[in-house]
Design a protein. Structure first.
Length: 385
């Protein structure tokens, strides 16, 4: 990663606002340090002060940064701006799950889902608007890739949700399992992860962060070498042929290549790769699949997370009956594989896996966003952090 200020390019087109001011929250700490020295002619340590205001205190204006001189604050406000996500609507599920729909600077929308579960409070984060990977079962995939999220748009999700929580409550886990393929937006993901991990920023432990990927092999290796976060790989099929049918990325990186990469990853001690396996009724939910899965994962520090398919009106796919899921899980257990079943959360507000994105993107052209707002009891001012 370069440590100088980012260049204006098509990929980075939203890094500067209409007045040409830099989105300062899209910089990593090393980039911010280089920027204050090179662009402002300040001492390097100033960057750390600004950084803490941005990410520890959640400052909305440079004026709040009271340990900087008035001149310094005015100077900053002339050349940079502080990015915040606008909550368009916040939906609450009967099971306590909250779905945040964020409106972005270009009018696009993206979602985060906050899932309370015992003493855990997990935020499911998005990395792109839409997704280019085209997995046949996934509604986010139907959108295609609309655009990558900037680092600020990624790291602001936990910051802003965190700011809204009651005193003493904190998000405990971050999972990159919302809209998009995180490793397809690699550089921005790594910058945002750095912000999530930094002691002087969001300060999450790497043990509490999971990046879920369709399996972009070179990027998976690179992430494994760059940061010690948890990795989850979406497998979803127990053989090459079937995976080819539902996950087009398999054409580029075969199942074998993906698994060999996972086998060779130098994982930090105690870490295992989670293999996500979405279960489709009468399709990949039989014992012969379970048997193949055990063979495939042989020699990999693995655990399996079974995800019963979340049904939706756009697909004929069905989730398997409970007993079939249990039999599958039992088989994996009997062969010594750690295996959990993911409970669907937030189904009533379309917040469950694979339900994100599409409805909202369409809603912008239709009339029912107003209805959703009313249902959510949405009040623009109280929903703002
Ligand atoms: N792009 C990344 C992360 C986002 S998708 C990835 O694919 O891993 C997060 C998970 O949701 C993936 O495991 C995906 O296979 C799963 N998923 C997608 N649609 C789903 C659906 N309708 N029901 C259940 N899981 C789904
Ligand atoms: Fe993209 Fe993941 Fe959906 Fe596949 S499952 S289309 S990679 S979001």
């Amino acid at each position: 990663m370069s440590a100088s200020a980012p260049r204006r390019s098509k990929a980075n087109r939203l890094l500067y606002d209409a007045q040409g001011r830099l989105d300062i929250k899209s910089l990593s700490l090393p980039e911010l340090e280089a920027w204050v020295v090179e662009e402002l002619g300040w001492k390097r340590y100033r960057a750390k002060q600004v950084w803490k205001w941005l990410w520890q205190k959640g400052a909305r204006t440079f004026d709040e940064m009271t340990d900087l001189s008035r001149d310094a604050r005015t100077r900053l406000a002339g050349v940079a701006y502080i990015h915040f996500l606008e909550p368009e609507v916040v939906l609450r599920s009967a099971d306590g799950t909250l779905k945040y729909l964020w409106k972005l600077e270009d009018g696009r929308t993206v979602e985060s889902v906050l899932i309370p579960d015992g003493d855990r409070l997990t935020l499911c984060m998005s990395s792109q608007v839409g997704c280019a990977m085209g997995c046949t079962f996934c509604l986010t995939g139907d959108l295609g890739l609309i655009r990558h999220l900037k680092p600020s748009e990624i790291a602001n999700q936990p910051l802003q949700v965190g700011l809204q929580l009651p005193e003493g409550t904190r998000i405990t886990n971050l999972v990159y399992m919302g809209m998009g393929e995180p490793l397809h937006n690699f550089d921005n993901l790594v910058t945002a992860l750095g912000t999530c991990l930094d002691d002087n920023a969001l300060n999450y432990s790497h043990r509490r962060i999971t990046v879920s990927t369709v399996g972009l092999v070179p990027r998976l290796e690179e992430l494994g070498e760059t940061l010690p976060v948890n990795l989850a790989v979406s497998l979803n099929a127990s053989n090459q042929e079937h995976r080819l049918q539902i996950m087009p990325i398999t054409r580029k990186y075969s199942l074998q290549e993906l698994l060999d990469t996972c086998r060779d990853l130098d994982l930090p001690s105690g870490k295992r790769i989670t293999f996500e396996y979405v279960m489709f009724r009468d399709d990949n939910d039989g014992l012969e699949d379970a048997k193949r899965l055990v063979k495939l994962l042989h020699g990999i520090k693995a655990k399996v997370n079974l995800i019963p398919y979340n049904e939706n009106p756009d697909r004929d796919l069905r989730r398997p009956p409970e007993e079939r899921i249990a039999a599958f899980q039992d088989y994996l257990h009997s062969r010594g594989l750690n295996c959990t079943v993911r409970t669907s959360r937030g189904l009533d507000i379309s917040a469950a896996c694979g339900q994100l994105g599409k409805a909202w993107e369409q809603a912008k052209d239709g009339g029912w966003l107003e209805d959703a707002r009313r249902l959510a009891g949405y009040h623009p001012t109280s929903a703002n952090p």
